[in-house]
Design a protein around this ligand. Structure first.
Ligand SMILES: *[C@@H]1O[C@H](CO)[C@@H](O)[C@H](O)[C@H]1NC(C)=O
Ligand SMILES: *[C@@H]1O[C@H](CO)[C@@H](O)[C@H](O)[C@H]1NC(C)=O
Length: 339
């Protein structure tokens, strides 16, 4: 249907005015549907880690994943922590089949991989163009014995963020991976100042919920430890289907500023992975507490499978919400068609 100009413009204004309103659910991934909605990545680890990423059948027979529902009712993803003396350990990396541009991504975690040499990440990866043209949003990430979660964006040139509007600690402000002053591939990063937002402390507390909102204006991240999760994000809540980020207070990270989010972040897959050593955990080995255990990260993970028994994910759910039919996307599309 081709709308007349005045109607289209009116529709646009009307729909945009309510753009910040209601999020409605579009996808819910749990242990019952996860492995049909996510694909196993089996290429060599692009971050040069000491892992071999397995396909689904191999990961299932090696019991690195649980394809049947577990007692915990959670999605279980792990790596090899039993084979003695192994330079590259079997692990898994999974990408959602579906891609997203905007939305609210709510991760409910019971347990995240942790330990010396371990480098887990839950992230959004822009597809369809050479990295990092379509962007990368690292939501839960850290290495070795890290206790504070690192949240990072990686982009091409032309995306810098402001230092206000969030409670976290700004480490780097330029999201461009080629900014040599910051260091190659650093991107813009904000650290959660709360211990227990990552690693052993997070797990000891029964995990928590991390919500990431991607709009044209900002990429915002909130974190709540178990026990402090807003009622509307608790599975039993009746309002769980229409979360409202405007009620959640200042986020721990807010990436906004001199950055065209629409242009830098596109067609993003949801990704879970656990690697060992490599470009981050390996490169920083000698700087942390883990260095006392072995001269190099590679030597440690090769000979100490017993040190990797906490290197597993237990994911209750990943829920994706988008702004409803009254939302911005509809307004834009209608306008483009009409004018
Ligand atoms: C690179 O990053 C530094 C530190 O954030 C910043 O001062 C500098 O302006 C950036 N360089 C360019 C070319 O944007
Ligand atoms: C991690 O969190 C603790 C507790 O809030 C804080 O004292 C510490 O400075 C944080 N560390 C980093 C590296 O941000």
């Amino acid at each position: 249907m081709r709308l007349s100009q005045p109607t289209t413009l009116a529709t646009f204004l009307l729909t945009s005015r309510f753009a910040a309103a209601a999020y409605t659910p579009v996808d819910t991934f749990t242990s019952t549907n996860f492995f049909s909605a996510f694909k196993f990545f089996t290429d060599p680890d692009p971050t040069n880690g000491q892992v071999t990423y397995l396909d689904l059948p191999t990961a299932a027979t090696s019991t690195l994943i649980a394809t049947a529902p577990q007692a915990s009712n959670a999605i279980y993803l792990s790596l090899d922590s039993t084979t003695p003396s192994l330079p590259k350990r079997p692990s898994v990396r999974l990408n959602s089949l579906k891609t997203y541009n905007k939305g609210l991504f709510v991760l409910d975690l019971q347990h995240m991989p942790t330990g010396c040499g371990v480098w887990p990440a839950f992230w959004l990866l822009g597809t369809g163009a050479t990295w990092p043209i379509n962007g990368e949003i690292d939501i839960v990430e850290g290495v070795n014995n890290q206790r504070n979660n690192s949240m990072t964006l990686h982009t091409t040139a032309g995306c810098r963020i402001r230092s206000e509007g969030f409670t976290g600690h700004l480490d780097t402000a330029d999201c461009d991976v080629n900014n040599a002053t910051q260091g190659k591939n650093m991107g813009c990063g904000i650290r959660n100042p709360a211990a227990g937002s990552f690693g052993a402390g997070f797990n000891a507390n029964g995990g928590g919920v991390v919500a990431t909102e991607v709009t044209s204006q900002a990429i915002s991240i909130w974190f709540w430890p178990r026990g402090a999760v807003p009622a509307e994000l608790s599975p039993s809540s009746s309002s769980a289907t229409t979360p409202d980020p405007s009620k959640w207070g200042t986020p721990v990270a807010r990436f906004a500023g001199d950055c065209d989010i629409d242009a830098h972040f596109k067609d993003m897959q949801i990704v879970f992975d656990t690697t060992l050593c490599g470009d981050w955990a390996g490169q920083t080995w000698t700087k942390g507490e883990c260095a006392a255990k072995a001269p190099t990260c590679e030597a440690y993970v090769k000979d100490h499978p017993e040190g990797l028994t906490e290197a597993y994910w237990l994911v209750n759910s990943v829920k994706v919400f988008e702004q409803g039919q009254g939302g911005k996307k509809v307004g834009r599309r209608e306008r483009r068609r009409g004018l």
